[in-house]
Ligand binder design. Structure first.
Ligand SMILES: [Zn+2]
Ligand SMILES: [Zn+2]
Length: 359
């Protein structure tokens, strides 16, 4: 009887290792999922860099198949699903005001891959009401991209991007690229992106969602931005969390422009407030997404309205993740999105004690 599974754990600063842990047991409540694909997110890399929480299994962007449907009568073993990695209480004032995703108590309650076991493992135990069936037209690869695509949708919604807006996206990682996809759908008339990593920049331009790519290291960056956009920008989305990126955006934004802060900095960073005040700009913090936004993104993907597979560069097994993190954190990796296939490379001879063999 197989009672343990392979998983990746944070072992310390910049250290991840493959460990053997108990397979989550069916309890009639939780939905047990066999993880097929799990995306590597920038926030996983932040956790790895800090080495905290030690012992955490990261991962919150994933797709898989149902092994035990728990309390969900509408699910059956073998169903293809994804999970909204939120754990709101549903009752606090932050939940009631924002639609659950900023729940005041969610970190303490346990967010998958952040403060509770995540999807860098062969199996995952899901809060039943957060499980969503995947449409047949959403592939396993795309299943792992629903979550980051929803992060981007929420950003574009919060920034209130609308037809005719000139938009600057700071940072060409997957969130920046997905913001460009939505901003284009929403009718941005000029879509610029700045990026420090040249190979990523070239790739972003080739994807065709943006009109122009700017080298964020260029000392003339802000004047080049204004010249190319033929004026100031209406909205900017910062996906860098860096002082350089944020200050450049502040410089090129118009009177009453909006700067949306998606990127996260763990340390204080210097921000020039004079132009923010002078132009009465709006600086907006951004976190996660609402449940309806997640469902909307999945629907748009299922109808082929947004193409997310093109952002996935590679699929790797659990043993290769440490190396991938080292590459991705270097600042010059060409990859945008890497998926982990936790079952790849492992051929267990016996089925797990609570896992039907066909799953
Ligand atoms: Zn993520
Ligand atoms: Zn709450």
């Amino acid at each position: 009887m197989r009672t343990t599974m392979k998983a990746l754990k944070i072992e310390g600063k910049k250290r991840l290792s493959v460990v053997e842990v108990p397979i989550p047991e069916a309890d009639g409540e939780k939905v047990i999922i066999k993880v097929k694909t799990s995306g590597i997110c920038g926030s996983d890399i932040h956790i790895w860099e800090k080495g905290k929480p030690e012992g955490l299994i990261p991962g919150h962007e994933f797709g898989g198949t149902v092994v035990d449907s728990g309390s969900r009568d509408d699910l059956n073993p073998g169903d293809r699903v994804t999970v909204i990695p939120l754990n709101p209480c549903g009752e606090c004032s932050w939940c009631r005001n924002s639609g659950y995703h900023t729940c005041k108590y969610s970190l303490k309650r346990g967010i998958p891959g952040v403060t509770a076991p995540g999807s860098y493992a062969e199996y995952f135990s899901a809060r039943p009401d957060m499980v969503r069936k995947l449409p047949d037209t959403v592939s396993d690869v795309e299943a792992a991209v629903v979550e980051p695509a929803t992060v981007a949708l929420h950003a574009v919604n919060l920034a209130n991007i609308k037809a005719g807006d000139k938009v600057l996206i700071v940072g060409g990682g997957v969130i920046g690229l997905l913001c460009a996809v939505w901003a284009r759908i929403y009718g941005a008339s000029f879509l610029g992106m700045s990026e420090t990593n040249e190979s990523r920049g070239a790739k972003a331009l080739a994807f065709g969602d943006i009109h122009a790519m700017f080298n964020a290291k260029d000392p003339e960056l802000t004047s080049t931005l204004k010249k190319t956009a033929k004026g100031l920008f209406d909205k900017a989305i910062d996906c860098s969390g860096s002082a350089g990126g944020i200050n450049a955006a502040i410089d090129v934004l118009n009177h009453q422009g909006t700067l949306l802060l998606v990127g996260i900095s763990y340390a204080p960073i210097p921000v020039m407030t004079l132009p923010v005040c002078r132009k009465e700009m709006r600086l907006i913090g951004d976190m996660g997404y609402s449940i309806p936004e997640f469902e909307h993104t999945m629907e748009m993907m299922s109808r082929g309205m947004i193409d997310t597979k093109r952002f996935v560069d590679d699929k790797i097994d659990l043993d290769e993740v440490q190396g991938a993190f080292e590459r991705l954190s270097s600042g010059n990796a060409p990859e945008v999105k890497i998926l982990i296939e936790p079952h790849r490379g492992y051929f267990p001879l016996e089925s797990a004690h609570n896992v039907p063999s066909e799953a």
